[in-house]
Design a protein around this ligand. Structure first.
Ligand code: DNO
Length: 347
């Protein structure tokens, strides 16, 4: 297991100098942030991230994300050209020593929360999701701006995009994903890169849009679309684990050999479709973090792990919600301890 930490580039207040001081940290997870989805990443920009990381004794082997253009998900006539550009980025990243690319196939929205600062009894705050609040939002009416999106849209663009998806159901989306994978996976294989799809977060349809990377059955189907090691998963425990019906320990074990990247974080279920983000350890939330990590190790997982969204503690603020330093650093040392204990008990 290699412990990694997300870094949002040179404007990130969580600097590389700070990240390198977290015990057992091996590398960063980053991306070229100034190119819109569908653009080519310059070799210089990629090399710059690597240089800055290495100057701080950190590796740059994981990219999150190379975003997939909406027209690829929609399967428009431009899709083929955009997939070629995607392949070019995969090739360039492989040349620069990147070993794993995280991406997602969620229509329009990336991860979604209804509250950015849910107040906890101990005075900290975190992201949370309440289905009832979401039902009250209409993305066609307001210019919603929620955390984590790679693109932001005007009201008009959003309306058009949602209309374009009217004819895309789960089957069509799976079909468009297969077209994408058929082209990208051979390129990734040649470039020495593992592709790792991120599950949909939350793992159910929102605003009438289809979502397909949601649970055990669909993950199995996804992996069989192209049955190659390079067609793998980002096992995001907070995303998949938001659905109480997902048996996370079982899935971790079952898919361990196709999991290349793990986002290890806990959530507390407040209801069927309501949850709040909490500290990483098992006793803080609803997920069995030890059970998940053990199932991964027992199943032969040997990839990258990073702590995921942290709470805002000790007065920290950060415009990247969930991506402050303190709680993620606590999460990192918890993860390091979990894996050390599990791996040593097997020796
Ligand atoms: C949220 C992240 C996601 C993830 C993308 C991958 O914190 O885990 O935004 O980066 O879905 O493409």
């Amino acid at each position: 297991m290699k412990l990694t930490f997300r870094w949002y580039g040179e404007n990130d207040p969580v600097t590389l100098e700070k990240i390198r001081q977290i015990p057992t940290m091996t590398g960063i997870v980053s991306a070229v942030y100034d190119v819109a989805p569908g653009g080519v990443w310059s070799r210089e920009s990629i090399a710059r991230i690597k240089e800055l990381a290495e100057a701080n004794d950190l590796e740059f082997e994981v990219v999150e994300s190379v975003p997939v253009h909406e027209e690829i998900k929609l399967g428009t006539k431009n899709a083929e050209k955009l997939i070629d550009i995607y392949c070019e980025n995969v090739k360039r990243l492989g040349e620069a020593g990147v070993k794993c690319i995280c991406y997602n196939f969620m229509p329009v929205f990336d991860w979604l929360r209804s509250k950015l600062e849910y107040k906890h009894a101990d005075g900290c705050n975190s992201l949370s999701y309440h289905e009832e609040d979401l039902m009250k939002m209409d993305p066609k009416k307001g210019e919603l701006s929620l955390p984590g999106w790679d693109a932001s849209y005007t009201k008009e663009q959003m309306g058009k995009l949602l209309d374009d998806y009217a004819n895309v159901d789960e089957e069509k989306l799976f079909g468009n994903l297969k077209i994408f994978l058929d082209a990208v996976i051979p390129v990734a294989k040649a470039a020495g890169v593992n592709m790792a799809i991120h599950p949909d977060d939350p793992p159910w349809g929102i605003f009438g849009l289809p979502r397909i990377i949601t649970g055990e059955k669909n993950l199995e189907r996804f992996l069989s679309l192209v049955d190659e090691k390079e067609n793998g998963l980002t096992f995001c425990t907070g995303a998949l684990g938001a659905n109480p019906e997902n048996d996370m320990v079982r899935m971790a074990g079952k898919f361990a050999d196709r999991i290349h990247f793990v986002h290890l974080r806990n959530v507390l279920h407040l209801g069927k479709r309501d949850f709040v983000e909490v500290g990483h350890p098992t006793s803080c939330g609803s997920l069995d973090m030890y059970g998940i990590a053990k199932a991964l190790v027992d199943g032969g997982f040997d990839g990258y792990v990073r702590p995921d969204h942290g709470r805002m503690i000790w007065g920290e603020t950060n415009s990247h919600y969930g991506y402050g330093l303190y709680d993620r650093a606590l999460g990192a040392t918890y993860i390091a301890g979990l894996f050390e204990a599990i791996e040593r008990s097997k020796q």
